[in-house]
Write a protein that binds this ligand. Structure first.
Ligand SMILES: [Zn+2]
Length: 260
């Protein structure tokens, strides 16, 4: 392939990857808001292959105090696993903090596991992601298992992945179950979802990795006894923080719904 063709391909890919969501709707599903009355989606990827990554954050939910501002751990995968074997290897590689790769690991900042669940949003005809903590993903995986088990009594090959399902907000978590969408409409949504090119979902971009300078300034602002600040460079040696990497201001997105 000549360079000209390669450039054309890149252009095509960019165009396809463009966000066709209405103004004010983000790639991240605003969980508590959009799921409060239940909403239909098609899950695009097997739970065993969902993109996972780690996040540093520390705070007190009850008092709304932030000890360490939420940011992505640099010792995290940059892509979703393609096979269960790869998922396993990735999981083992990144499970423990690594201070050689991530300054926040070195500073022993609290670290938690997150997943990005890729979904087809039927309302908008676009892919989006649900950015969820381990706890919620556990609950969703339980729901999927239960629903599939029940359905397989009638259809042995049934899977919720690729089917229209309803996500709802539940007591302090989220649930997923069968949808009661009209059959013809559901068939249309399933077909549209199956045509989506999942390679357009750039998880690395969605996870918003920061550069080290940025992370150092977050750690500096952190509550003293929540991180080990002795690992931070002396102020004079510190590279200037890149302020352009600040997340886009978006008033009504709740802090717990964005990976940064
Ligand atoms: Zn880290």
């Amino acid at each position: 392939m000549g360079l000209r063709d390669r450039l054309k391909k890149r252009e095509e890919k960019r165009e396809q990857g463009q966000n066709n969501l209405p103004e004010g709707v983000t790639r991240y599903v605003r969980l508590s808001q959009e799921l409060k009355d239940g909403k239909d989606f098609v899950i695009l990827r097997d739970p065993n292959l969902w993109f996972f990554y780690y996040v540093h954050e520390d705070g007190d939910y009850a008092t709304r105090a932030t000890y360490v501002k939420k940011h992505t751990c640099l010792h995290s995968p940059r892509k979703a696993p393609e096979t269960e074997k790869e998922a396993d290897e990735m999981f083992m590689k990144f499970e423990k903090p690594n201070g050689d790769v991530c300054i926040s690991d070195k500073a022993k900042a609290k670290r938690g596991l997150y997943f990005m669940v890729p979904v087809y949003d039927i309302e908008y005809g676009e892919w989006r992601v649900m950015d969820l903590k381990e706890f919620h993903v556990n609950n969703l995986m339980d729901d999927i298992e239960k629903t599939e088990k029940a359905a397989r009594k009638f259809d042995k090959s049934y899977t919720m992945i690729g089917d229209v399902v309803t996500f709802s907000k539940a007591d302090k978590t989220y649930t997923v179950g069968s949808s009661d969408m009209d059959e013809a409409e559901a068939a249309k949504a399933i077909e549209a979802a199956s045509k989506l090119d999942q390679s357009l979902i750039d998880y690395e971009e969605l996870a918003n990795f920061r550069d080290e300078a940025d992370m150092i300034s977050i750690l500096r602002e952190a509550t003293d006894d929540k991180v080990d600040k002795s690992v931070l460079p002396a102020k004079a040696e510190e590279p200037a923080a890149d302020t352009s990497a600040e997340p886009v201001a978006d008033g009504d997105i709740q802090e717990d719904e964005l990976p940064f």
